[in-house]
Design a protein around this ligand. Sequence first.
Ligand code: BV8
Length: 255
Amino acid sequence: MDSSQASIFEQVRVWLHAARHIAMLTGAGVSAESGVPTFRDAQTGMWARFRPEDLATEEAFRRDPQRVWDWYAERRENLRDVQPNAGHSAVAEFQQRHPGRLTLITQNVDGLHQKAGSPSVLALHGTIFENQWLDRCELARRPMDACHVDQAEPGRPPRCAQCGNLARPAVVWFGEMLPTAAMAAAEQAARRCEVMLVAGTSGAVYPAAGLAHQARAAGAKVVIVNPDETELDEIADAVLTGTSARILPRLLEDW
Ligand code: BV8
């Protein structure tokens, strides 16, 4: 770390030490050192010809359910044995040492923050490991009549044996609203924090990236942790250039 980065790093440590409330927004980059490709990394293999934004939509799923289902099935399979890295662990250990002081907000659907032991995670984009129904079950006269998505007939995608409803991944697709409660809690954390730590995200996806703007507007210091430039650098008070597994442990350790 060169001398200018070292002084920025020390300044950020001072801000964090003084902060009663820290909000942290993470993206796919914090899972990169666990071997998980980032969202906008060029799709590899059979997916190379698709942009993720073109697959992660309800319209794409309705147009070709099997193709979108198979994309998620491959991502789930690739995540099966993946372990959290030092960045995930540093955040989880900080949350455990300082209950309620750091609100963790993630765009990631890989469950690695939870696997690392983070006691609370605001998962704005859902989880890749669960399914939900694509449509409301037509046969159900009452919610409890509807058959549970885990009872769907196996398939690509699974389907309801009674009404033919399709199962879909329980993630938030482009064009879909984010979970109301999680987003409200995330916005509250952004408005009341003294420091907003933004790690491993390109800052390209809204409304998640807007949380950094909300924090800044409320007077918080915005700190970026990323090896590359991001779309949020221009509103940052400090940019720590490097990977999250290297920087987060040193930023959050021993206090
Ligand atoms: C919505 C789940 C409204 C699926 C995902 C303004 C306001 C509101 C909406 C919009 C808006 N402008 C545009 C929109 C629409 C859209 C959007 O943002 N589009 C983008 C492409 C411009 N937003 C939406 O559609 C959202 N919904 O707004 O609804 C609405 C709805 C109905 C009616 C009225 C209004 C929904 C967005 C959620 C989409 N779902 N994921 C799935 O996973 O399959 S988003 C997807 O992108 C992932 O969750 C991913 O986490 C997220 C963000 O990407 P990043 O995490 O940043 O990943 P990326 O690859 O881009 O970058 C990785 C970064 O890591 C890089 O910076 C890299 O340098 C860094 N890195 C690499 N290695 C490391 C590292 N960093 C640290 N350490 C390392 N080792």
